[in-house]
Unconditional design. Structure first.
Lengths: 284, 306
């Protein structure tokens, strides 16, 4: 991979004449892409930085202007009423939806990647379509179903909806992982007289596990952050995104910013941590 | 957020390939049992609701009935009526989504190029940083933009101080803010598929372009960009589709005059309790997107979808 980068880094310098000493203009030109990258990441991180900074703001009814630095919000994240109950709902819904969607999606991924069967095309379509449908349409159609069937809206309907839109993403992510396995490992297990069940349990599943874990994290973050579908099918249940949206009219407490910032740093730790572990393993 | 998935398929050997014939010709009931629960879920909670949506769209209020009581009368006139009434919001949805997709492409392409060809061992870390916004709440980061772009905000006041923008200009509560919000919120959907297809390009092809005295712009136009077309197509679709149906950005960053079709669907359901009109609008939105996407894919001449 690094050779690839090196090849390309050379390319522009070969185009310019041998004289390398140019002034700042030439330096800018040679590093234009890198400078652009820095600016792009500044843009990407601006609202995240804003949320983080304002999570340390002195609490008041709203959190619009800077009043002064305090750790109070972080020490008592549940001080504002409703923030933590909304967070609790989101966590419960996220965990339930993730568990169900990951199991169902992984089963479909194995069927698609490892078996020949009739109806593959139809299956693929049924999995692809929810990802290609705007959320508001998914939300509206599911709501009409619940209204027609007189299903009371609440925790259960939210989990049903979240599982529905998470399954497809789990399938795609796990399928990719299964496809990247080296088939020789399983062949070797078979050569060593392992039967199919043993091969699956001791070779295939452990190798696919990181993919399943990744898919579960993806499903959880999709569920946890979903607003549009949740807003349609939630009835009186308030999730964290719904809480923030509703309170946007009269002012969001700084505690909500604490939860937003904490979520960001925890996810970053998980993802960057696993990347570092992977790197160390590759090097070893 | 199929992004992670898309990025993954990019690094996998051959995505979407036929299953390896490990057990050639053997048919068993196992795959069906594996598929059954998941597909049943999607069938009951995705496919059937599309039909109940279709059913609701031709209903009319029960004469003298309660609010929210509707009966099936197969009134197809609901369609032209609703579409005529909300043409403006439909047009706005597609224009805003189209603009946001274009801006996202312009912002993402150099970034994806940088990560694919110049990042070396930092690639994965940079990819994580690209999706970083997804780790905070979608609503919260939209509200953050509203605050940042507001009158009293640091950015706008300094731009006004420097006379970059006119003193009386209002950035929030405008179409500009809505398009900017959509662009930002769906940016990773564009960057990751672009990266995935750029990363697959053999750098020797780009090098050859330079060796044949192509200027860097000519190489980009004639070699790199055409080869990255699958990523451009996937990225624009992944950005455009959620953008056209979005109503959060319009609700938080816009005004009643910048409402998109999603805002109308939401208010028809919850404020006005007019389910048939909401159903008509959702269904037309879905159909319009399907038609646009089909035309676009045909035009872009690629069958490699997701």
């Amino acid at each position: 991979m690094s050779t690839r980068g090196a090849v390309l880094d050379d390319a522009p310098s070969r185009a310019v004449p041998a004289r390398r000493r140019g002034g700042p203009v030439r330096w800018l030109r040679r590093h234009a892409l890198q400078i652009y990258g820095v600016l792009a990441f500044v843009y990407i991180f601006t609202p995240i930085a804003y949320v983080t900074v304002f999570s340390f703001n002195e609490p008041a009814r709203t959190n619009l202007t800077w009043r002064g630095f305090t750790l109070e919000n972080w020490q008592h994240p549940c001080a504002a009423p409703d923030v933590c109950s909304a967070l609790g709902n989101s966590l419960k819904i996220g965990l339930s939806a993730t568990l169900i969607a990951t199991v169902l999606g992984t089963m479909i991924a194995f069927a698609l990647q490892r078996h020949r069967f009739r109806g593959r095309a139809a299956t693929n379509t049924l999995i692809f379509l929810p990802m290609a449908t705007p959320e508001v349409v998914l939300a509206a159609s599911l709501l009409t179903l619940f209204l027609n069937m007189r299903v009371p809206l609440g925790f259960t309907t939210i989990v049903i909806a979240h599982v529905m839109f998470c399954i497809s993403f789990v399938v795609v992510a796990v399928k990719a992982r299964i496809a990247s396995l080296d088939p020789r490992l399983e062949q070797a297990a078979a050569d060593l007289y392992a039967n199919e069940v043993e091969t699956f349990r001791r070779i295939t599943l452990p190798l696919v596990a990181p993919g399943i874990l990744g898919a579960a994290l993806l499903a959880f973050s999709l569920s946890f952050d979903d607003f549009i579908i949740t807003n349609f099918v939630s009835g009186n249940v308030i999730t964290f995104p719904k809480f923030v949206y509703v309170s946007a009219q009269r002012g969001i407490p700084a505690n909500a910013y604490v939860i937003g910032a904490a979520m960001f740093f925890i996810s970053m730790l998980i993802v960057l941590g696993s990347e570092l572990v992977r790197r160390r393993r590759v090097r070893a | 957020m199929s992004i992670a998935a898309v990025a993954h398929t990019g690094s996998g050997p051959e995505p979407g390939q036929e299953p390896p014939a490990a057990t050639p010709g053997r048919r068993s009931s196992l795959p069906y049992w594996l598929l059954l629960p998941g597909l049943l879920w999607l069938f009951v909670f995705f496919a059937i609701p599309i039909f109940t949506l279709l059913g609701t769209s031709t209903q009319t209020p029960v004469p003298g009935g309660d609010v929210g009581a509707f009966e099936q009368t197969f009134r197809f006139a609901n369609y032209p009526e609703a579409v005529r009434e909300y043409t403006e919001q439909f047009v706005r949805s597609f224009v805003y989504a189209g603009l946001a997709t274009l801006f996202a492409l312009l912002i993402s392409y150099p970034l994806a190029y940088l990560i694919a060809f110049r990042a070396g061992r930092w690639r994965n870390i940079l990819l994580v940083l690209v999706v970083a916004p997804f780790f905070t709440s979608f609503i919260l980061r939209t509200i953050a933009w509203r605050q940042i772009l507001s009158e009293e905000g640091f950015v706008v006041s300094s731009l006004k101080f420097l006379h970059v923008i006119p003193q009386d200009m209002n950035v929030t509560a405008s179409a500009v803010a809505v398009v900017a919000g959509i662009t930002y919120n769906f940016l990773p959907f564009m960057t990751l598929p672009l990266y995935a297809s750029l990363e697959r390009i053999d750098p020797r092809l780009i090098e050859a372009g330079g060796d044949l005295y192509g200027s860097s712009f000519a190489v980009l136009r004639k070699v790199t960009f055409p080869l990255s077309m699958p990523g451009v197509v996937a990225g624009t679709l992944l950005t455009f589709i959620p953008a056209a149906g979005d109503y959060v950005n319009a609700a938080l960053l816009g005004t009643p005059r910048t409402q998109m079709i999603g805002n109308v669907v939401e208010s028809r359901f919850f404020r006005i309790v007019d389910y048939p009109t909401a159903a008509v609008l959702s269904f037309v939105l879905m159909a319009a997107i399907l038609v646009l996407v089909t035309l676009y894919i045909r035009r872009a001449g690629t069958e490699e979808l997701v």
